[in-house]
Design a protein around this ligand. Structure first.
Ligand code: ATP
Length: 527
């Protein structure tokens, strides 16, 4: 979506409904706030976004393994992770119109209202953004959806729909480590449904109650282990090359920045140019107590700049919590670390322990714990730290739709103006890759050849067959669906096998052979 041609979310959502990208869930019964369905084009777009992420994050690397865990897990997982006690938003209710809302979103809701109410109690700063009425005191509201496992509805059988995919990765860390032939530093990735009972789901598919996430937990050595092994820890001040292969002597700070850069590369590859998003580095007072750094990648949605995804350096918090709550060790044994520690004499070890103790105490941690941690390190043992890039599938789809949408003004040879609605998706995520048209529907030879090309391409990518209407109208239909290429088979095709390939963005047409087209298409689809 270009700056000067930014559409409102209303125009985009109208196109998405009309062309079968996104529908209200349960629409025939009036819909459900915060739940959305993806139609024929939307489901293809979603699959492509997820496949692109999996290819970029898992298959395209040697140091990441995949996981596909259940949505309902042991409730103790949510106790250990902190979700049961603290995953809550402040909720308030209007005493007059009875509407519920998040008290930290009142200002935004007020801004969104076309008719802005005045406070009914003069001078009040905290009033209902819908009617101006008096609000109740904010109360924490836990966002997890509850359910019951088995036929008996009691507290012992209460379970939760996962509010994030990440926790299963921690809970299966030891299994994946022992079966994947991976060792730290390495990552485990998972994508799938998450559920949050958002108080005010809003802004289309930006904040839903059922959505999908794509999360990576990349496990790294604690900096202290890196120091034992390499004598120093590489930090950002050393200007490490983040474009080259990853390095074992990187500290957490470099790994974190490396993943911020990787995520930006991914966003570029699927069609979001760097200049269209910003990195927001959370300030120390905004960070969770265990987090060392957190970057939100924010995108300029039509309703304002908002978080698209986050990359957090979470220390060893998660695995340590699961170790504590499950009683199962979440340590790894790192032989190269043990071998490096063996080379240290007693004086060097003592000096090392004292240095770590001083550092931990300066960060409000316990000196005795620091000593225990060092002694375990000398044995090659530690609980890994983690860098977590966490993205939302639906949010990324919305950003891609916003970015791709354009109402382009065209002027024909006779000076007549026209508007072309086009979705300029990257071919990598475009729902339909190629549309195939015989120029003249009733021409048997053209129809036969076009069908042959269609059937061959159908085995490779998602293709569309269209014979209805003038060729110009067929192109426009595909522009609205975001199809990057249209192939038209004409009389010359019947004679020499070449066909016309019309490119969506430039609208240029080129004659190509089938193999030339395949080469061009695969080049554009490759990561
Ligand atoms: P927000 O502050 O917007 O609620 P968050 O910081 O709680 O998001 P995380 O818990 O870090 O989000 O989740 C990681 C990613 O999952 C987010 O960056 C976003 O892309 C996606 N996500 C989170 N909540 C929702 C939701 N309700 N609907 C759609 N996507 C979501």
């Amino acid at each position: 979506m270009s700056e000067e041609n930014k559409s409102s979310l209303d125009q985009l959502s109208a196109l998405c409904k009309r062309r079968g990208f996104i529908y209200h869930s349960s629409e025939i019964y009036g819909g459900m706030p915060g739940f959305w369905d993806y139609g024929p084009l939307g489901s293809e777009l979603k699959k492509n976004v997820k496949e692109a992420w999996w290819q970029f994050t898992v298959r395209g690397r040697e140091d990441v393994a995949g996981l596909d865990a259940t949505i309902i897990m042991h409730p103790k997982i949510w106790k250990a992770s902190g979700h049961l006690d603290t995953f809550a938003d402040p909720m308030t209710m209007c005493k007059e119109c009875k509407k519920l809302m998040r008290s930290d979103q009142i200002k935004d809701i007020y801004e969104d209202q076309k008719k802005k109410p005045q406070p009914k109690i003069a001078g009040s700063d905290f009033f209902c953004p819908y009617c101006g009425g008096e609000l109740t005191e904010p109360k924490p509201f836990n966002l997890m959806f509850k359910t019951v496992v088995g036929p008996i509805e009691d507290a012992a059988n209460t379970a939760y729909l996962r509010p994030e995919t990440a926790q299963a990765i921690f809970a299966q860390f030891q299994n994946v480590t022992s079966t994947s032939r991976q060792s730290v530093p390495y990552g485990i990735a998972q994508m799938g449904k998450s559920f949050r009972n958002e108080v005010t789901p809003r802004n289309y598919i930006f904040r839903s109650r059922e959505f999908e996430q794509m999360e990576l937990e990349f496990f790294i050595r604690p900096d202290e282990a890196v120091e034992i092994m390499y004598g120093k820890v590489v930090t950002l001040a050393d200007n490490p090359n983040l474009d080259g292969p990853v390095q074992d002597d990187w500290g957490w700070e470099v790994w974190h920045k490396y993943w911020v850069e990787q995520r930006k590369k991914f966003l570029n590859a699927v069609g979001l140019p760097t200049e269209r998003f910003v990195e927001y580095w959370q300030k120390p007072d905004e960070l969770a107590h265990y987090a060392r750094a957190c970057v939100d990648i924010e995108y300029d949605f039509p309703f304002g700049r908002q978080e698209l995804e986050g990359i957090a350096a979470r220390s060893d918090f998660d695995l340590s919590q699961h170790q504590k709550h499950s009683g199962q060790s979440q340590m790894v044994f790192d032989d190269p670390l043990k071998q490096a520690a063996k080379k240290m004499d007693d004086a060097a070890k003592k000096a090392f322990v004292e240095k770590v103790q001083a550092d931990w105490v300066s960060r409000g941690k316990d000196a005795l714990e620091a000593e225990k941690f060092c002694l375990a390190l000398f044995e090659g043992k530690y609980v890994p730290h983690v860098i977590e890039p966490s993205a939302g599938v639906d949010r990324l789809m919305l950003a891609l739709l916003c970015e791709a949408y354009e109402e382009e003004k065209l002027v024909d040879e006779k000076g007549k103006e026209d508007i072309r609605t086009v979705l300029r998706f990257s071919p990598k995520v475009a729902p339909i890759k190629v549309a195939i048209f015989p120029l003249i529907k009733k021409d048997e030879a053209q129809d036969k050849l076009a069908r042959e090309i269609f059937t061959k391409l159908q085995k490779k990518v998602n293709v569309m067959w269209d014979v209805s209407g003038a060729i110009g109208r067929r192109y426009r239909r595909q522009d609205e669906a975001g199809t990057p290429w249209c192939i038209t088979v004409d009389q010359q095709s019947v004679e020499d096998g070449t066909f016309t390939v019309r490119e969506r963005d430039s609208m240029e047409q080129k004659r190509m052979t089938y193999s030339q087209f395949l080469e061009m298409m695969y080049d554009a689809l490759e990561f």
